[in-house]
Design a protein around this ligand. Sequence first.
Ligand SMILES: [Zn+2]
Ligand SMILES: [Zn+2]
Length: 242
Amino acid sequence: MRAVFQTAVRLLFPSRCVGCGALVESDFALCAQCWRETPFIGGTVCDACGAPLPGADEAVRVECDDCMATPRPWARGRSAMLYRDKGRALVLALKHGDRPEVARLAAPWLARAARPLLRPDLLVAPVPLHRFKLLRRRYNQSALLARALAEQTGLEHCPDLLLRRRATASQDGRSAAERFANLDGAIAVHPGRKARLVGRPVLLVDDVMTSGATLAACAEACRQAQSGEVFVLALARVTKDH
Ligand SMILES: [Zn+2]
Ligand SMILES: [Zn+2]
């Protein structure tokens, strides 16, 4: 009976590729072509941001030029894919296209990228969105990603660990230095969540890492509130040369 019902549902609501809408076998999946066009990151990566690097010696900690030029206030970081082609399209669909199902699609990708960062007692928290933006967009895309990752890995999720103390102007079109200045003092740990954070490792989740300014402001807020080590995870990493 249940199988008959499921077949009927499938006929009425066939599963569609999250990337292009083509018919696929299961929900929250990509078709073969979208899969090929999604630039997943693998192999040797920068230990601070997850950008791909040439070479294969994974025993040595390596960092990309960006992270060497701008030392990061967090311990280690990873990214699941590059911000280009289908990777960029999926992020934009999640952020501006009202497609929250992208977060569920991305959960196993995030979990795989974050594997070297995972440890017991790790608290997962999203980069916060100011409440004005939250009203306009209806959801915080980073919080959807953080929740999907927490469900995938069984880690504890604290969606309101961090707060935006003031609305910040868009980071688009700013230089890296301007992006860091724009975020100065804008993010703080929720006063009611400080006790949960003290001494505890944190994994901060964002949709895109560009200059790293937002994640740096979040990491600094956690460290000031006496957190343990801070790790970061982005769904997509913007790089100059990929
Ligand atoms: Zn597709
Ligand atoms: Zn890096």
